[in-house]
Write a protein that binds this ligand. Structure first.
Ligand code: DGY
Length: 329
């Protein structure tokens, strides 16, 4: 990137509340325009602000599809997303235009694995239902009661992981001390890390039939979209819990709602859902056996700082024609 101001690459940052450090990195070498708000950039603003940009620092809330790429015009060289997931990017369109893409794997693994474990425990031990009982008079009525608010523990149980990648492995690693009987996993193919975790590769149907807890940590793609559907829920144990910290689209949500309403499965813990944000009056919010948190897998202070820094580093490297620290394509 030339030092001359005139030839600085033009970059759009789609949100104002990103860590300052990542903005400083960009401002040193680029002409940076920031969407001046802490809510997602409206589509029409994005279509206007991206015109003539060389690069974009975006979030999972921005759909980078044909319309946006057309609006950007031929100067757009780099898309850098502050996320590991990239289902918001139309990769085929992007590749066709030879635009480089960076994402942020690795730096959010620990935070997301921790959150997955937290959500699993919160769901099986019914934290949110219990929390409500503190305020709705429920506790006052029954005091300490032998059969009240019972959950299921992890000791002697089978944990199933759908997608034993970085985050799935992190979950398995963290749960090693919980006395599980078995860890099984399903996905595209057996994984190297499975040995160290004593995790056993099984078919998707075996995962469904034999797991007491299923953690969904796969990417969302054409193979995984709505793979947890009516058929899948019908194969699961009625005592099973499903936890999803990947993408809402991996689960067919209407089928999950049905499975939860009819107690076909015991519960669900969801960090991700469809749509996001979930409307406050959505049926999922009314189900006591569904624990919901608002897509906070990576919402940990240092993690977000690291994601933003890596996102800026990817963008700068791409613009300078250097290898990106983390290039998706
Ligand atoms: C990601 O990075 O894809 C998460 O969903 C947001 O942290």
């Amino acid at each position: 990137i030339s030092a001359a101001n005139m030839s600085k690459p033009k970059v759009l940052v789609t949100r104002s509340d990103v860590p300052q450090k990542c903005l400083d990195m960009l401002k040193e070498k680029c002409d940076v325009e920031v969407y001046p708000a802490s809510h997602p950039i409206p589509r029409e603003e994005l279509l206007k602000m991206i015109v003539g940009k060389d690069g974009i620092f975006c979030l999972i809330t921005e759909k980078m599809d044909k319309e946006v790429l057309d609006a950007a015009g031929p100067k757009l060289k780099v898309i850098s997303t502050m996320s590991v997931g990239y289902d918001h990017l139309s990769i085929d369109e992007i590749k066709r235009r030879k635009i480089l893409v960076g994402n942020t794997p690795g730096v959010l693994t620990d935070a997301t694995a921790e959150l997955t474990v937290a959500l699993l425990l919160a769901t099986t031990r019914r934290f949110f239902e219990c929390h409500a009982e503190m305020f709705n008079g429920g506790w006052a009525k029954c005091a300490w009661s032998p059969l009240w608010m019972l959950g299921h523990g992890l000791v002697g149980k089978t944990l199933g992981i759908f997608g034993l990648g970085r985050i799935g492995s992190g979950v398995a690693r963290r749960l090693q001390g919980f006395g599980l009987k078995r860890i099984i996993y399903a996905g595209r193919k057996p994984q190297e890390t499975a040995k160290e975790l004593s995790a056993e590769f099984v078919t998707f149907d075996t995962l469904l039939q034999e797991s007491d807890f299923i953690c969904v940590t796969s990417a969302l793609n054409d193979e995984t979209r709505e793979i947890f559907d009516e058929r899948a829920f019908s194969k699961m144990k009625s005592s099973a819990i499903i936890v999803n910290t990947s993408r809402g689209g991996v689960i067919k949500q209407d089928a999950l709602v049905q499975a939860l309403k009819t107690n076909q499965i015991r519960g669900a813990g969801l960090d991700v859902m469809t749509p996001e944000p979930l409307p406050c009056d959505h049926v999922l919010t009314t189900l006591p056996n569904c624990t919901l948190v608002p897509h906070i897998g990576s919402a940990e202070t240092q993690t977000r700082e690291d994601m933003a820094t890596l996102c800026s580093a990817n963008l700068l490297a791409g613009l300078e024609g250097k290898p990106m620290p983390s290039q998706l394509c």
